[in-house]
Ligand binder design. Structure first.
Ligand SMILES: Cc1ncc(COP(=O)(O)O)c(C=O)c1O
Length: 375
């Protein structure tokens, strides 16, 4: 059977066995790799839950009926489905080429009704953006600024100390079934009642549905992939169609699983993961060039300490189609940005850049379980 890479990293059997044998760790291990400045931690299964929880906190803190949240236009709508259950009004803003918010455009759209309570800024694809302008803007409006580190592997000294909140989604980069780490900046939010925040968290977590079925499925899938049983899906231009998903497919309950906590505590080879990701990234770059596929790398490797994925854009549809065909022939799983919010698609002039980015970019995995020497 020829090798074909998986979209997600695979766990080591020895780690799975250790996880089943060990006691549940306390969350102290998070300080090593994620919790830079001794921030307050809130753990979830997915960062979509962290986002919903943040809305709950701000609604409670501001005593407003409804709050306004500003989100980058290049954002997966599926990740907003939980947030939309709260009494929030979501506004979208265009991003610059490096992923930073286009503050000038936000300023132009600002009015009494949409003044942000929360401003979400995303460090896309592992590239940490400069927050200075966003912080000044959020401070001037008394908005909370939330750093979205869903595409970041671990902490870095520039993360989380200027903003109010920062979250990571380790399940996207490490072989764990679920896991989101939300950190609250105690210094900036020293005036808030942290006991109150904790009880809102407990209430959210306690009322949750169980993710046991998803966990069992995750283990079975990963074990099958480890022995070489892999789905070989063939992609086509259909992956770029604008389809809005109506539900979050997995990990609907907000509580982080004990298995993830254990596997996260066992994971310590961050440097190896980063090196492998960079090597695989460069491997894909070369493969495209060798096949005379001259696309534009978006959020390219550049200054990323640890890249999230290889993302390459083809403005010409026939080139996009040829790239997909070549990847299909090599059994390489390609994907697209999953979806965009309907509000973004409806404003196709204002958000043209994000819409084009979504319709013209393909993604390839670069995680450390990918064996470029076998492709
Ligand atoms: C930039 C970004 N932020 C947040 C999320 C939500 O993360 P999670 O899958 O942990 O809910 C995603 C998910 O794809 C994402 O791409």
């Amino acid at each position: 059977m020829s090798y074909s890479p998986t979209k997600s990293p695979l766990p080591f059997i020895k780690d799975l066995v250790s996880a089943f044998l060990m006691n549940t760790p306390s969350s102290n291990f998070l300080e090593e790799s994620w919790n830079t400045h001794g921030q307050k931690e809130f753990l979830f299964s997915r960062s979509s839950h962290a986002l919903r929880f943040l809305a709950k906190l701000r609604l409670d803190y501001s005593s407003k009926e409804r709050i306004s949240i500003w989100i980058p236009a290049y954002f997966c709508d599926e990740s907003l489905l939980l947030l939309r259950n709260e009494n929030v009004k979501i506004f979208f803003y265009p991003i610059l080429d490096n992923g930073s918010p286009n503050i000038d455009e936000i300023q132009k759209k600002l009015n009494k009704e949409n003044t942000p309570d929360l401003l979400l800024v995303t460090h896309f694809f592992g590239k940490v953006i400069d927050l200075k302008e966003s912080i000044e803007f959020a401070n001037s409006l008394n908005a909370w600024i939330v750093e979205d580190g869903a595409h970041l592997l671990k902490k870095n000294e520039n993360l989380g100390f200027e903003s109010d909140f920062l979250f990571y989604s380790p399940h996207k980069l490490i072989a764990v079934p679920d896991g989101s780490i939300l950190l609250m900046n105690k210094k900036r939010l020293s005036h808030c009642n942290s006991n109150r925040f904790r009880s809102i968290y407990e209430e959210y977590i306690d009322n949750s549905t169980s993710n046991t079925g998803d966990l069992i499925l995750w283990i079975i899938k990963r074990l099958m992939q480890k022995i070489g049983l892999r789905k070989r899906s063939k992609a086509s231009l259909d992956i770029f169609k604008d389809i809005n998903r109506e539900s979050n497919e997995a990990f609907r309950g907000p509580r982080i699983s004990i298995l993830s906590l254990k596997l996260l505590s066992l994971f310590d080879d961050f440097d190896y993961e980063c090196v492998r990701r960079k090597t695989n990234y460069i491997f894909w770059r070369k493969l495209f060039l060798d096949n005379e596929l001259y696309g534009e790398e978006i959020f390219s490797l550049g200054k990323a300490e640890c890249p999230y994925m290889f993302a390459i854009r083809f403005k010409d549809e026939s080139e996009l189609s040829r790239a997909i065909q070549i990847m299909n022939d090599k059994h390489i799983p390609v994907s697209s940005w999953p979806d965009l919010p309907k509000e973004v698609l409806a404003e196709d002039t204002c958000f043209k850049d994000s819409i084009d980015l979504k319709r013209q970019t393909i993604f390839l995995p670069i995680h450390s379980s990918l064996r470029s020497d076998q492709i």
